[in-house]
Write a protein that binds this ligand. Structure first.
Ligand code: PEP
Ligand code: MN
Length: 339
């Protein structure tokens, strides 16, 4: 960190700051100017409350400027190679592109199995489907719960697709982890730190959605919770943020994909379905995601979107998904990503 001392501070007061910096475990390197002195303090800034203790206790300090990122394990500083997550044999990241598709909610055996067969035939390797649904209204369909997990298992057994499904609460972690290959942490829970820790402990791959109004730094710090609790298998997922725009449900923030790829070694997945809330835009947003460097997509597919129990307006049907996957191939080739 850089500590800027107020102009014309007497030498003994500068020395007092240097001593304090040393006491806090840093190596102080003062640069004495004619009027003003700055001190470069070398050491790990993330383990101390230095900033607060220095600015509060030393009025001769004008400014303390941290130079390190607050996230440590998720950043490129700690790992230069991209993280490649092994989802029970399916690789995600480092050039391996993951196509995850399926209904917003698991609704019935027929709905799930026909969708699983169809998305598999189109090229998906991971089946999505919510058994526990975070709905804005308590009167809306809340998901089939354990029955939904059973159906996901059934679909896995028949098709071999890996399963991603949401964990809504700490109370559900154990049984959801028993049925899922990837735990999805939803946008409404992304800063539910106790939940993040409990999910981390399962050791399962985790897809961490970006919160409804979450800054990229907060999103990366949420991922840091999981990594710092011993689970390195995190995929970040951009799913759109709240903005003033009304033509879309959310604004898919493709710049956040580029930033997350730049800041972190973790794979980044894009969910264009929640991202825009409109089936007619999903295909073109997938192309944008690939161009931004995304490592995979999470797409909502339903046999009959008009009759879906949740998110009908943004789910594509089987033909739509087929066409989407086909049309995406040239973009994947340009981006050198293997599906
Ligand atoms: C979903 O994937 O269906 C979902 C509820 O996502 P999000 O948490 O991004 O809203
Ligand atoms: Mn949904």
């Amino acid at each position: 960190m850089i500590i800027v001392i107020k102009p014309n501070t007497p030498r003994d007061q500068i020395d007092a700051v240097i001593k304090e910096v040393e006491k806090l475990g840093y190596d102080p390197r003062p640069i004495f100017g004619t009027n003003q002195t700055i001190i470069a303090a070398i050491g790990d800034e993330r383990t101390h409350h230095t900033l607060i203790s220095l600015t509060a206790g030393f009025p001769q300090i004008e400014q303390v400027m941290p130079v390190q990122k607050r996230y440590k394990l998720v950043s490129h500083e700690s790992r230069t190679q991209p993280t490649v997550i092994d989802v029970d044999g399916i690789k995600v990241g480092g050039g391996s592109f993951a196509m995850m598709a399926g209904p917003c909610s698991v609704e019935s055996e027929e709905q799930l199995l026909t969708t699983a067969r169809s998305v598999k035939a189109a090229g998906a390797t991971i089946l999505r489907g919510g058994a526990y649904k975070p709905r804005t209204s308590p009167y809306e369909f809340q998901g089939l719960g354990k029955e939904g997990l059973r159906l996901l298992q059934l679909a896995k057994k028949e098709t071999g697709l890996k399963i991603i499904t949401e964990v809504l609460s700490e109370f559900d972690v154990e049984h959801v982890a028993a049925a899922a290959d990837i735990l999805q942490i939803g946008a409404r829970n992304t800063q539910n730190f106790r939940l993040l820790i409990e999910c981390a402990k399962t050791g399962k791959p985790i897809l961490l959605k970006r919160g409804l109004s979450e800054r990229v730094e907060e999103w990366l710090l949420a991922a840091e919770y999981i990594l710092s609790h011993g689970n390195p298998n995190v995929m970040l997922c951009e799913r759109g943020i709240r903005t003033f725009e009304t033509y879309t449900r959310n604004t898919l923030d493709l710049s956040a994909v580029a930033i997350a790829k730049k800041e972190s070694h973790l794979p980044v997945i894009v969910d264009p379905s929640q991202g825009c809330g409109r089936a007619d835009l999903v295909q073109v947003l997938c192309r944008g995601a690939v161009a931004m460097g995304a490592d995979g997509l999470l797409i909502e597919v339903h046999p009959n979107p008009a009759e879906a129990l949740s998110d009908g307006q943004q789910q594509v049907d089987f033909n739509g998904f087929n066409e989407l996957v086909k049309s995406l191939q040239p973009y994947l080739e340009i981006a050198a990503r293997k599906a």
